[in-house]
Design a protein around this ligand. Structure first.
Ligand code: PML
Length: 271
């Protein structure tokens, strides 16, 4: 049997030097041409405007992608940014993240600048990424065709089968396989997309409707991390290829109480 080569395909598009769209995945050779077409169309017909610069990178992966399972997905019934912040404090502090760090993450994500990558923050809110302006970009992740079909079916039942949700879930699932990452807070930088999320191994991927007001053109990601080698974490986030091949359940809208009650009890000593 011939060896199956995998390729990372990444797209970033800008209009007048402002980011409008990005996408990435891991594909086999025969799928590349179709994906390049799909990504290019996405950049040219984005509702944030037609991109005037599209950068595509196609790279054969030297390492076999690690297969992982997606985080379970659910949506919190939040109605405005204040309710989201309150809920985020409850969820994140129950994982051990200090109020100071949570406040710092919200402030930084609402400062008006969108970094290319994510902030890395310890549980006290101290920033740990080497480049505080660029952050750390998570790349080289994707989903197999079969897992994508299962995910699309589950999301379609919830009226959510769109690229934004799928790609955010794929990214968060890669990030949270790494034990040093405790949680993530994400606000989209798309002014028309007002749902963000918190992700963690403890609670899965919790969608947060109305995390910001419509029209706000910035956002970003903050990863809350705990003891370990930051260099190794960055290497994993940026370089290690990861493919989702199994999908955990995607549920509809839940209350905060229901979500907090579902936190799995961990065995002493387990991570
Ligand atoms: C992004 O723009 O990459 C963030 C997307 C957040 C998606 C949240 C969701 O609807 O699940």
């Amino acid at each position: 049997m011939s060896k199956r080569f995998h390729y990372s395909v990444r797209m970033r598009a800008a209009k007048s030097s402002v980011h409008v769209s990005g996408a990435e995945g891991i594909y086999e050779k025969d799928d590349i041409i179709g994906v390049v077409k799909e990504y290019t169309e996405r950049a040219l017909y984005h509702d944030r405007g037609r991109a005037d610069e599209i950068r595509l990178a196609i790279e054969e992966l030297k390492e076999k992608p690690r297969k992982i399972t997606s985080l379970p997905l659910r949506t919190l019934n939040t109605k405005n940014p204040e309710a989201v912040k309150k809920a985020a404090f409850r969820v994140l502090s129950s994982i051990g993240i200090t109020e100071r760090a949570i406040e710092e993450a919200f402030n930084s994500l609402n400062m008006g600048l969108t970094m290319r990558g994510a902030m890395l923050m310890d549980i006290e809110g101290v920033r740990l990424e080497p480049d505080l302006l660029r952050g750390v970009r998570v790349t080289r992740m994707g989903i197999t065709g079969n897992a994508d079909a299962v995910l699309s079916k589950q999301l379609a039942k919830l009226g959510l089968s769109n690229d934004t949700v799928k790609e955010a879930l794929v990214l968060a699932s890669k990030v949270h396989k790494y034990p040093m990452v405790l949680a993530e807070l994400c606000i989209s930088d798309d002014p028309n997309y007002t749902t963000g999320y918190i992700a963690s191994r403890s609670y899965g991927y919790i969608r947060l409707p109305h995390i910001k007001k419509r029209g706000v053109p910035y956002g970003g990601r903050a990863f809350f991390i705990t003891g370990g080698e930051v260099k190794e974490l960055i290497k994993y986030l940026q370089i290690t290829p990861v493919l989702i091949d199994k999908i955990r359940p995607c549920e509809g809208t839940l209350t905060l109480k229901e979500i907090l009650e579902r936190k799995p009890h961990r065995k002493p000593g387990s991570r």
